[in-house]
Design a protein around this ligand. Structure first.
Ligand code: AP5
Ligand code: MG
Length: 213
């Protein structure tokens, strides 16, 4: 099963992709996480990507597409995968469609997690991540048991560099301009499914499960 998660920054793509990945036994591939790992490791790609990410802009397609095609070509993706944060532009979607078509394949579901902008700003303010194990929390909606400490590994939680309010505003603007058109693109392919992303995390997951079966 090949699944794409669509939705604004902070809509809950990563939160849901993680549980879908566990439940259906397919890898969760987040281009944002791949870029952040490169930034942490100080790679050339990380240096290039950071300049765009810190401004809330998209990393250019030239740096993103090859990386993604290489990742989905790995053996753990043979039984499918869930993409979180890719595609984000129409050209990226076209590359993916063409790459899959070469083997007579296609995306099975594009799940659009629909959340209005005003909810997004509130969620981003509260998001905290564990730099050690990658767990994600929200001070308001999903707080850690001990203040600022990861429940799973005890590391100190951090806020993402691009979650500052001014960067969030820019990311939302970029989303509406460049990524939202993918909703019509996948609707046309007959694979779009929209879920109400303002429900609780469990509620959103139940809605997605109903779709995936
Ligand atoms: P990326 O890491 O993909 O960020 P994003 O799309 O902006 O999305 P987020 O990760 O911020 O949000 P999410 O939807 O995963 O929400 P989450 O589950 O964390 O990309 C970062 C940057 O990398 C981009 O800006 C770009 O520069 C670059 N990039 C990446 N891919 C690219 C590509 N393909 N092309 C070009 N550039 C690319 O949830 C958010 C918060 O809300 C959390 O705190 C969570 O706990 C909480 N929450 C989740 N669900 C609920 C709920 N139902 N109720 C209440 N709270 C909830
Ligand atoms: Mg994410």
């Amino acid at each position: 099963m090949k699944i794409i998660m669509l939705g604004a920054p902070g809509a809950g793509k990563g939160t849901q992709a993680k549980v879908i990945s566990e439940k259906y036994g397919i890898p969760h591939i987040s281009t944002g996480d791949i870029f952040r790992a490169n930034i942490k490791n100080g790679t050339e790609l990380g240096k290039k990507a950071k300049a765009f990410m810190d401004e809330g802009k998209l990393v250019p397609d030239e740096l993103t597409v090859e990386l993604l095609l290489d990742r989905v070509g790995k053996s753990d993706c043979e039984g499918g995968y869930i993409l979180d944060g890719f595609p984000r532009t129409i050209p990226q979607a076209e590359v993916l469609t063409e790459a899959l078509a070469k083997t007579g394949d296609k995306v099975d579901f594009a799940i659009n997690v629909d959340v209005p902008d005003e909810h997004i700003v509130r969620r981003m303010k509260g998001r905290r991540n564990c730099p050690a194990c990658g767990a994600s929390y929200n001070l308001e909606f999903n707080p850690p048991k001990a203040e600022n400490t990861c429940d799973k590994c005890g590391a100190e939680l951090v806020m993402r560099d691009d979650d500052k309010p001014e960067t969030v505003a820019k990311r939302l603007e970029v989303y509406h301009e460049q990524t939202q058109p993918l909703i019509a693109y996948y609707e046309q392919q007959g694979v779009l499914r929209t879920v109400d992303g303002t429900l609780s995390m469990d509620g959103v997951f139940r809605a997605i499960q109903d779709i995936l079966g």
